[in-house]
Design a protein around this ligand. Structure first.
Ligand code: TPP
Ligand code: SF4
Length: 316
């Protein structure tokens, strides 16, 4: 029997240039642990990112991966998942990437309920471009890279995800790695659009929302008796509004854990399968495209043509 994978099996050996102490390290550590515990097949797991410090995540996780354009990770991931619903697809993005330039795509994913996992590295700043205010920084806060306090009101990511239709909505903290690992596993196991807002200290540009700030305040919803689960369809609006209100608890106490989970909404893949009965058995990625009965490109020809660009993640 093959040995069970360990978290380090999912760690790539590429040089990592995140600042020492960055909260992103806790997020990838939780991903390694979740993938190992789930015995994830690296060829069937895809990490997709936009641009930002968070955007480098696919380089550090030894599974299939795509580092795409700023704000465009969700549409890329949606295309990958719908072309081959057998893949496990995980998006990693910054709060600027997903809720600034990518906000329209973020909302569209909730409406569609595609079976994706979105992990947001929420550091309240644009880290890679040197600390400008991101959409999650509260008004009047002045982090050290800002010449004046922030003039705009923040987006609440958990509330936005609930109102957009995500069927699994959670918040984690990058310093609580085991708890975050459990959230990532639950998000992967959920069938539908899953969102995890991860509190991720940026030690270089955000001197307000630090480890010390969160360590004193975060508490776990499950330990406080919170039940995130929608019982049946008639319970969905009531549960969503309770979770929506809970999302605004912020100050002396900041909740982490699963806020909302609804397993009664059909995924986008199921909606397509209702129209195209063969879709889940032979998805577009496995169909042979032919012209006049002659295959245009089959898998073997594709691999031969692109062999110099293909790295087999399972072999390292
Ligand atoms: C279309 C486009 N606009 C702007 C940029 C410049 N840019 C690169 S990263 C970034 C912001 C990154 O911030 P965030 O998404 O919060 O990620 P973090 O670096 O904090 O992880 C911006 C604006 C870009 N690369 N592409
Ligand atoms: S700038 Fe901030 S988010 Fe980017 S690597 Fe450094 S600590 Fe992390």
């Amino acid at each position: 029997m093959a040995r069970r994978p360990s978290p380090t099996d999912y760690r790539s050996d590429l040089w990592n240039d995140w600042c020492p102490g960055c909260g992103n390290f806790g997020i990838v550590a939780a991903m390694y642990q979740a993938l190992a515990e789930m015995n994830a097949d690296p060829r069937m797991t895809v990490v997709v990112s936009g641009i930002g410090c968070s955007g480098k995540t696919p380089h550090f996780v030894k599974v299939s991966g795509v580092h795409t354009l700023h704000g465009r990770a969700i549409p890329f991931a949606t295309g990958i998942k719908l072309a081959n619903p057998k893949l496990n697809v995980i998006v990693n993005g910054g709060d600027g990437d997903l809720l600034g330039i990518g906000a329209g795509h973020f909302v569209a994913l909730g409406r569609r309920n595609v079976d994706l996992v979105v992990i947001m590295h929420d550091n309240q700043v644009y880290g890679l471009t040197k600390g400008q205010a991101s959409p999650t920084l509260p008004r009047e806060m002045q982090t050290k890279a800002l010449p004046k306090p922030n003039m705009q009101d923040p987006v609440n990511p958990v509330a936005l995800a609930i109102s957009s239709g995500y069927t699994f909505v959670a918040r984690g903290y990058s310093s609580k790695v085991k708890h975050l690992k459990d959230l990532i596993k639950a998000a992967i196991e959920h069938r539908g659009a899953a969102f995890i807002d991860v509190l991720q200290p940026c030690v270089t540009y955000n001197d307000i929302f630090t480890y010390d700030y969160y360590d004193k305040r975060v508490y776990q919803l499950e330990e406080a008796g919170w039940n995130p689960d929608v019982k049946d369809e008639s319970d969905a609006v009531g549960k969503a509004s309770e979770a929506y209100s809970k999302a605004f608890e912020w100050g002396d106490r900041i909740p982490i854990g699963v806020f909302y989970r609804n397993t009664h909404v059909p995924s986008f893949e199921d909606r397509i399968a209702a129209r195209l009965p063969n879709y889940l058995k032979v998805p577009p990625a496995e169909e042979t495209v032919d012209r006049g009965g002659i295959p245009v490109m089959d898998g073997a020809a594709f691999r031969k043509a692109f062999s110099e660009y293909i790295v087999d993640v399972a072999k390292g």
